[in-house]
Every structure is written in C-alpha cells, then in structure tokens.
Design a protein around this ligand. Structure first.
Ligand SMILES: [Cu+2]
Length: 299
C-alpha cells in the first residue's frame, strides 16, 4: 500500500456498508430495552421519594425525565462505541478522512424537529406539573397554583432565624413550638418567613422547599400521606452556623397530633403569649410575617 501523498487529492474511502442503518437499529433496540428499565427502576430512586403527594409528583417527574433522556444517552453510547469499533485505525494503516458533509437538509431538519419537540414538551410538562398542586415550592404571598380545597388547608407558620426553625400554629392560638408535627393525609399550607437573614425551609421527604425572607409570607402547599419522620434543613447559606440549622419533623395520625397539640398547649400555657418575637419583646401576636425592630438583627 502506498503511503499517502499529501500532494495527491485524497480519494473517498470505498465503503458500501450501511453504517447509518446499523447505528439506528442498534440505537432503537438498546433504547427499547433500556428506557422502560430506567423509568421503572432508576427514576424512582431519585429523591425526594413518596413522602407526600407533592414529593410523589416530583418523583413521577423524575421518572418521565430519566425515561426521556435514556434514548438520547443510548444514541450517544451507540454512536461512540460503533465509531470506536468500526473506524479506528488498524496497525500500519493510513486512514484518510472522507469528504466533509455540508448542508444535509435531512439531518438539519431532523435535528431541529427532535430537539424542538423535546424542549417544548418538557417545558409544557414541567409547567403543568408545577401548576397542578403547587408542587411543594414556595410561591410567594399570593400563590397562583392553588390545590383543590386550599381554603381549608391546615396552616403552619415556619419562622426561620439564625440558626433554628420555629413553628407557629394559628389554629392553636398561635402556639409556637420547636417541633414540626403534622397530621396524616392533610393538606397543609406552610407560611414561611424569617426574622433576620434569608433562609430556606427544606422539608426534604415532603418535597417542600421555600425561601424564608424577613417581612415576606412565602406560601407552600403540601399534602401529607402516612406517618413519616422527615428532615428539615436550611437550604440557603445564612451565616456561621448554617450547617447546623436542621431538625426532624413528624407526620402522625390525627389522634396523635391532637394529643401532641394538647400537650404542647399545656406546656406553653404559662408563657402565653407564647413567643418572644423581636417586634415586641413581651411577645408578638400572631402575624404572617415579622420584621426585626427597629432595624437590627433579631436575636
Ligand atoms: Cu438558615
């Protein structure tokens, strides 16, 4: 075999194999096997799990998205492996590149159509999932994604401060507790606020994450399911002890919730009106947001 002469025009390698058909067939077969396996076994492993109706919705979204990206990933893998096996240079062989391909209308059209459809579908799907029930995210003081029966949702206020969360129960006379306890199978509306820096209330297994800003009532809905112990973390860097700003919450049956509420009310009865909000050193009445007065940090 003659060595390539740089002066000679390179000839197109002769190859009658339908590489494109092979790649597409391998891709379709691999995708048909991998996509259902990923949707069924991998998607549900991605957090937050099924701790609440909203968390379940997020897990479903993860299933849909991992199922959609599997064929894309399969195409990359097949293309890469096939290219590596078929087109690598053999020992002592000079490989000439083929002529450049320009302006292949079919490839361009296919590329634009497929990517546009995928992106638009995901945008529509994501918007629908967000609007369906609030999806567990904080929506500010005037939520637009209102779940069915939101008027009768059980309100719980989450008050963040450096470096702890406290919980206030308006239906228990504004009783404030360092424990977050919720009844099972109940639509709960969190009113998330802060006394000082910007924090974020992240009730991980409930699929709830809402910013906590001073002077703002950030509303987030969640529908509890069965009994559950869940983690609460601050998810916004809020100062020196941010990393220690976590606790556990509990979802318990209604009777147990009533029992806990009665006990907490009795425990705190002697220190009514329950709290030492900085707006009023003697205890502020319940409100959906607080501002540190006069301008200093709460403490
Ligand atoms: Cu914080």
């Amino acid at each position: 075999m003659a060595a390539a002469d740089p002066a000679a025009a390179p000839s197109q390698p002769e190859d009658s194999t339908s590489h494109g058909v092979r790649v597409v067939v391998a891709w379709l077969v691999l995708s048909a096997i991998a996509t259902p396996l990923v949707a069924i076994y991998v998607g549900p492993l991605i957090p937050p799990g099924n701790g609440s109706v909203e968390a379940q919705g997020q897990t479903f979204s993860n299933q849909v998205m991992t199922a959609l990206l599997t064929p894309v990933l399969c195409l990359m893998a097949v293309f890469f492996v096939y290219g590596l096996l078929q087109f690598h240079a053999k020992r002592n062989e000079v490989v000439l590149d083929g002529p450049p391909i320009r302006n292949d209308a079919r490839v361009q059209l296919l590329w634009i159509v497929i990517t546009t459809v995928m992106v638009l579908f995901l945008a529509g799907f994501g918007t629908y999932e967000l609007l369906k029930d609030g999806a567990g995210g904080g929506q500010g003081p005037n939520p637009i994604a209102l779940p069915a029966g939101h008027q009768s949702a059980y309100p719980v206020q989450v008050i963040a401060q450096q470096w702890a969360f406290t919980y206030r129960y308006p239906r228990l006379g504004g009783m404030e507790s360092n424990q977050l306890v919720l009844p099972t199978n109940t639509l709960v509306v969190f009113h998330v606020t802060s006394l000082d820096a910007v924090h974020s209330f992240w009730a991980y297994q409930l699929g709830v994450k809402a910013d906590a800003n001073p002077g703002v009532d950030n509303v987030a809905y969640v529908t509890t399911k069965g009994p559950l112990v869940f983690n609460v973390h601050c998810a916004e860097l809020c100062g020196l002890w941010h990393g220690y700003m976590f606790d556990n919450g509990r979802v318990v049956p209604q009777s147990q919730f009533n029992h806990w509420a009665a006990g907490a009310l009795a425990l705190y009865a002697s220190i009514k009106p329950f709290v030492n909000r900085p707006t009023d050193k003697g205890g502020a009445p319940f409100a959906y947001s607080y501002l540190p007065q006069p301008t200093g940090r709460a403490g």
